[in-house]
Write a protein that binds this ligand. Sequence first.
Ligand SMILES: Cc1cc2nc3c(=O)[nH]c(=O)nc-3n(C[C@H](O)[C@H](O)[C@H](O)COP(=O)(O)OP(=O)(O)OC[C@H]3O[C@@H](n4cnc5c(N)ncnc54)[C@H](O)[C@@H]3O)c2cc1C
Ligand code: FES
Length: 356
Amino acid sequence: MTRENKIRKCNTFFFSKYPIYIGYFLRSKMRGGSALASEKTKCIDSGSEYCPCYLAETNDCLVCTHLQGKGFCDCSWSGVCIYQDFFWCGNKKKNYRTESEGLIIDKKQIGEKVCIFKIKISKTLARQLKHPGSYILIRDPEKPLIFNVPMSIMSADEINGEIEVAVEVIGAKTKSLIDCSEKLLIKGPFWNGILGLKEIKNLQNNNVLVIARGIALAPTLLLIKYLLKNNNMITFLVDSGKIGEVFIMDRLKELDINLLQINLRSEHGLDRIKSLLRSKKFKFLFSGGADKLHKILLNELSSFENDIKFASTNNSHICCGEGICGSCESKISDGTSVKMCKCQLNARESLGKVEK
Ligand SMILES: Cc1cc2nc3c(=O)[nH]c(=O)nc-3n(C[C@H](O)[C@H](O)[C@H](O)COP(=O)(O)OP(=O)(O)OC[C@H]3O[C@@H](n4cnc5c(N)ncnc54)[C@H](O)[C@@H]3O)c2cc1C
Ligand code: FES
């Protein structure tokens, strides 16, 4: 019997006799050298209906030390115990995300490179996708799995069971989507499209500065609606980028926000940002765009004393979204490898990552 199986068997015995988290009592005595890096413990799926997942079955859970085969309890997760859930599920993962067909009910071309799809899906899935950072894996039903591509949710209507995604055509996967006119295959929900969700969820009655460029305007719309719901006052700097058009403009005009259109690649645009940040008015900054934009904004923040919280879009290479394929894996500043499709990192930490 392997060491992991012995540990599992032992814990199974304790759980069946005493439905309490026995590892808790051993915690102080058995804490291992490098227990768990704080970043690793923040799995976006923990506590959701998709937890425990495949990683629990293989002793690779990002949060639970028992489900890493360590034989003691040392997680900082304050929700329902993942190990206990796993045990009650018969030492098996819970639900896994399945693919479903979405009917294309509208398709709107924006310039040469972008297409907005309105897709009919189940009301349940639409409800699960209305949180900031939600995305799906999407592909042409005629194409194999390798064509799955992550796409952010631009809007989700749970009453009618509809979502909108904006696709920028770049390479093989997105080119194949653009030809679809009837159906699309959709896998979801996934939620890690934004890093720094904790900061966003804690924001209420604050002045926030949101900056987004190009196709990243799509996920920013859901974020803005969420921030408004929590009584935040929003200044939104939009840059159409290479797309050449602020394709969410008609939606933005309906919202109570301070909207400014700028060119983030110009001196004038950057000066504008600098003076806004230094005005000490804002408690939070969101960056929607490429990592280059995130880094420019973070550099600016670090150049003066401030306590501005930061969140950004997650630009990792996501393929499975379930922590299995490893394509999104990245090393952060302390040298730890993290799976960016699952880990909810502090956005600053993720940008300080070292190369793979
Ligand atoms: C969470 C998330 C949400 C996204 N939301 C949107 C969106 O709403 N609209 C949109 O147009 N694009 C979005 N993207 C980016 C989109 O997934 C990539 O542009 C797409 O995968 C490119 O694939 P391709 O085959 O067309 O081009 P490729 O030629 O394969 O790649 C073109 C560029 O896209 C990057 N890329 C390739 N594969 C991936 C991947 N699996 N994940 C991330 N980046 C990749 C490559 O680094 C390269 O720079 C999102 C990406 C992520 C991670
Ligand atoms: S996308 Fe597959 S492990 Fe993260």
